[in-house]
Design a protein around this ligand. Structure first.
Ligand code: PLP
Length: 221
């Protein structure tokens, strides 16, 4: 059995190899280690191995473990990759460095207000529901470009990129290609796409941020 440190090394090597074969700069892809459901004691070895960028999908769970880990590792960069309820906006702005799941007007407005009042400016991605799945968060692909524009012009937000989670049972390639096309149309540069099972495909199609959980931490219980 490999431990999390060895799996991290393998994932980093695979990310670098995918970037190279796509003729991408090695620094052009950020690996987000997705630590949701894992305890501080399970996360610490990955921090000790040098990983500093982490993803979580729940605000409350993150508040329970990251403030203490940050005392030990102050350079940690924390990404929120799960849905954000408007009533958790203040907590999210206080804790996270990047939020990947901006997907509606009410949330954009709440984020703008909190960012102004806290004087914090997390990086922002707009989530796109590329598969049009009812149960999944994200703006519809045909609304994505207009929504990015409204975030900028109505709410004064800087949107850095787009994020998607392709349907579980579909070939992810077309979803990643669609996200890249929409990012071009919206005039944003970053693409948060690719998870443990498909980050190599995502990098080939332009991912700048891959969100990898189980391939590093092992299966979630
Ligand atoms: C859990 C999660 C991941 C990581 O999934 P793995 O398959 O474990 O790599 C990536 N993105 C989001 C939005 C997630 O919720």
């Amino acid at each position: 059995m490999l431990d999390a440190q060895s799996r991290l090394a393998e994932v980093k090597a695979a990310v670098a190899a995918s970037a190279k074969s796509a003729a991408r700069a090695p620094g052009g892809v950020t690996l987000i280690a997705v630590s949701k459901t894992f305890s501080a004691d399970e996360i610490r070895p990955v921090l000790e191995a040098g990983q500093r960028t982490f993803g979580e999908n729940r605000v409350q769970e993150s508040e329970g473990k990251w403030p203490a880990l940050r005392q030990e590792f102050p350079e940690v960069e924390l990404h929120l990759i799960g849905p954000l309820q408007s009533n958790k906006t203040a907590d999210a702005v206080a804790l996270f460095d990047v939020i990947h799941t901006v997907d509606r007007e009410k949330l954009a407005k709440a984020l703008a207000r909190e960012m102004a009042s806290q004087g914090r400016k997390p990086g922002l991605f707009v989530q796109v529901n590329t598969g049009g799945e009812d149960q999944k968060a994200g703006v519809a692909p045909k609304e994505a470009v207009a929504f990015v524009k409204r975030c900028r012009e109505v709410h004064g937000l800087t949107i850095d990129g787009l994020m998607c989670i392709p349907p579980f049972d579909e070939n992810p390639g077309p979803h990643f290609a669609l996200l890249r096309k929409l990012a071009g149309e919206a005039g944003v540069e970053k693409l948060s796409m690719g998870m443990s099972g498909d980050f190599e495909t995502a990098i080939a199609l332009g991912a700048t941020h891959v969100r990898v959980g189980s391939a590093i931490f092992g299966a979630r219980g």
